[in-house]
Design a protein around this ligand. Structure first.
Ligand SMILES: NC(=O)c1ccc[n+]([C@@H]2O[C@H](COP(=O)([O-])OP(=O)(O)OC[C@H]3O[C@@H](n4cnc5c(N)ncnc54)[C@H](O)[C@@H]3O)[C@@H](O)[C@H]2O)c1
Length: 254
């Protein structure tokens, strides 16, 4: 029997690279999936490309409380419950030193990457209170060590680790497990944007330099991250909560 038959999975950042690949894998394993994203056009395109009658979509800004309440309500109505919550939406912000980092950009990253994750926990943990569930938050290698020029991103990805630990402790009594995943650079849109930001437009060169610093000498693929998320959602990981899980080709061992 597929691992996720009759399981209900909610994914934010659902039309992004990692969200879409994770949805594809959950659908393949029999789950019902609802994707939430701010980008309606991309959501519709993702729905079309994944082509499943077990897939639902909903447009929302994860940093707005009433929109979070609405996406959780919609997930409950569409799927009858939430067993797995991949709390994954995030933005990278700009690449600038702290002294030049625009304050409004800092607020924007903090709003989406911290407040958005917290609001998701607030509403989904309430919805999971009776039957339990697994929540996976996307942090980053940037949630474990510093990188110059991305202060807002690094701050936000560290913050969700603390948030995860509190949520794991609060959720344990209701069998709600909460963990973070920490990908290295992933070969997708977000890294193209960061490569350009770090290199002043010489993206390909920046990629080569970044990859050279990773022990396994490559970026993660979206599927590498999705594989880990599915594991943390499965019954086989039922004793795992409050943990940080790397998918980084050895970066965090350095
Ligand atoms: N790509 C990488 O190298 C990398 C590495 C480590 C961690 N991450 C993290 O993985 C997660 C997914 O990123 P990705 O690589 O798929 O990038 P992505 O840009 O393809 O996906 C992010 C998605 O989040 C959505 N989003 C942004 N703001 C939103 C908001 N306010 N409300 C709802 N949706 C919103 C975007 O529209 C997009 O679809 C992010 O949290 C990111 O920080 C990415």
């Amino acid at each position: 029997m597929p691992n996720f038959d009759n399981k209900r999975v909610l994914i934010t950042g659902g039309s992004g690279g990692i969200g879409t690949e994770t949805a594809r894998q959950f659908l393949e394993e029999g789950a019902h999936v609802m994707l939430v994203d701010i980008d309606e056009k991309d959501l519709v395109a993702t729905k079309k490309s994944l082509d499943s009658d077990r897939l639902f979509i909903h447009t929302a800004d994860v940093s707005k409380a009433e929109e979070v309440a609405a996406y959780v309500k919609k997930a409950l109505a569409a799927m009858g419950g939430i067993d797995v919550f991949f709390n994954n939406a995030g933005i990278e912000g700009v690449v600038k030193p702290i002294v030049d980092y625009p304050e409004d950009e800092f607020h924007k990253v903090i709003h989406v990457n911290i407040l958005g994750v917290w609001l998701g926990l607030k509403h989904v943990m309430r919805a999971m209170a009776d039957d339990g569930g697994s929540i996976i938050i996307t942090s980053s290698v940037a949630g474990q060590s510093g990188t110059p020029n991305v202060s807002a991103y690094v701050t936000s990805k560290h913050a969700v680790v603390g948030m995860m630990k509190v949520a794991a402790l609060e959720g344990a009594a209701n069998n709600i497990r909460v963990n973070t995943v920490h990908p290295s650079p992933v070969d997708n849109r977000m890294m193209r944007s960061l490569e350009d930001g770090f290199s002043g437009g010489k993206g390909a060169e920046a990629k080569e330099q970044f990859e050279a610093q990773i022990p396994l000498k490559r970026y993660a693929q979206e599927a590498d991250v999705a594989n880990l998320v599915l594991f943390l959602a499965k019954d086989e990981s039922s004793f795992l909560t409050g943990g940080q899980y790397s998918v980084d080709g050895g970066m965090s061992a350095m």
